[in-house]
Design a binder for this molecule. Structure first.
Ligand code: SAM
Length: 333
């Protein structure tokens, strides 16, 4: 390919990270993400095929993308996902393949995912009580998530990250048990501020528990959290370890402390739209090119247009912020 300038936006941010949503479907219905009933999913024939995703990845890898994260919806409901991982594994330039999952189907798939070449796992775990799980996800299944976490460990996944969305009135009671869980099992527990991406449009600023507040809650129980040097400045979490060295905490604060100046992420939705930000109101249609007669050069041009239009920040904290028309499950978190 002739066009090998890196994917640099007008603010000098170089894009090396691609989030790929493999489906908008999910097996639970978290209120911060999806509608409870009658969700309108994309027809299956509108979703990118594995070949289309692999071609897109090959094209962006030649432009400097070296990490991909598979997400959704729930990526493990997509049939034969390990096949896609194998295809991405063979893509020159891709150094790391990660996956974010709710863990419900993980116990049965962990081994195949590992064998296919998946490097890293983030598993959502908003709380340790079935009541909290049901209140958030409007389904049952905490026991399956926990089984999934331990199965992932058994088949050799290391540095597993557990993600909890921090929501006022729900998360306060879960913070200490989750911190203890991370310590007991030597995992990293990350708390992410609730963002305005819920399908039902009920998000309010006062539902957000800031990273700072989570830190104070943890410190009141476990003593001082010690900041850990960031190995990758573009990673969204600020990392801490407990003073006694057991377990780790990550605080992701997109609302109270936006980290857009370090953003290196590009997104591909399940139906082949390129997005330059979770909160963007604009999308670039790669599906039309991938499925039609589009050349690699045309796809590069489309991606560069998206990168060139990237704004300085998501603007949640500004008075003229307009919510994206798409909810988290339709974008890929
Ligand atoms: N289904 C998978 C899962 O549950 O991890 C992957 C997709 S999910 C959209 C990815 C992550 O986004 C999850 O950790 C989820 O908790 C988080 N998330 C979803 N909606 C959110 C919101 N409104 N604010 C903050 N995080 C959110």
């Amino acid at each position: 390919m002739s066009n090998v300038r890196p994917l640099t936006d007008t603010f000098g941010r170089v894009h090396t990270n691609l989030r790929i949503s493999v489906t908008d479907r999910c097996n639970i219905r978290c209120f911060y993400c999806m509608p409870e009933e009658n969700t309108q999913f994309r027809p299956r024939d509108e979703l990118l095929t594995f070949e289309e995703i692999a071609r897109f990845t090959r094209i962006v890898a030649a432009l400097g993308i070296n990490k991909v994260r598979l997400t959704g919806g729930e990526p493990l409901v997509r049939a034969e996902l390990p096949k896609l991982i194998e295809m991405l594994r063979r893509t020159p330039g891709i150094e790391e393949i990660a996956l974010t999952t709710n863990g419900i189907l993980l116990a049965e798939q962990a081994e195949a995912l590992k064998r296919a070449g998946l490097d890293r796992l983030n598993i959502s775990l908003d709380g340790l009580s079935e009541e909290t799980f049901k209140r958030i996800s409007r389904r049952e299944g905490l026991d399956r998530v926990l089984e999934g976490i331990f199965a992932a460990r058994r088949v050799g996944f290391e540095r597993i990250r557990l993600n909890a969305v921090a929501i006022r009135g729900i998360t306060e009671a879960e913070v200490i048990p989750l911190g203890e869980f991370a310590r007991r099992h030597g995992m990293e527990m990350r708390f992410i501020e609730f963002m305005p991406l819920d399908a039902e449009g009920n998000w309010e600023t006062d539902q957000v528990i800031s990273g700072e507040e989570i830190r104070r809650l943890l410190e009141s129980e476990f003593g001082p959290l010690v900041p850990v040097e960031r190995s990758d400045p573009s990673q969204p979490a600020v990392d801490f370890r407990f003073a006694d060295g057991v377990g780790r905490i990550g605080l992701i604060s997109p609302v109270s402390q936006p980290f857009c100046d370090q953003c290196n992420r590009l997104r591909l939705t399940a139906e082949g739209k390129v997005r330059n930000c979770l909160f963007s109101n604009e999308e670039w249609d790669a599906l039309a090119l991938l499925r039609g007669q589009g050349t690699d050069e045309q796809i590069v041009e489309l991606i560069r247009s998206s990168i060139a239009a990237k704004k300085v920040g998501h603007g949640i904290d500004t008075p003229d912020f307009v919510r994206s028309e798409r909810a988290m499950y339709q974008i890929g978190g």
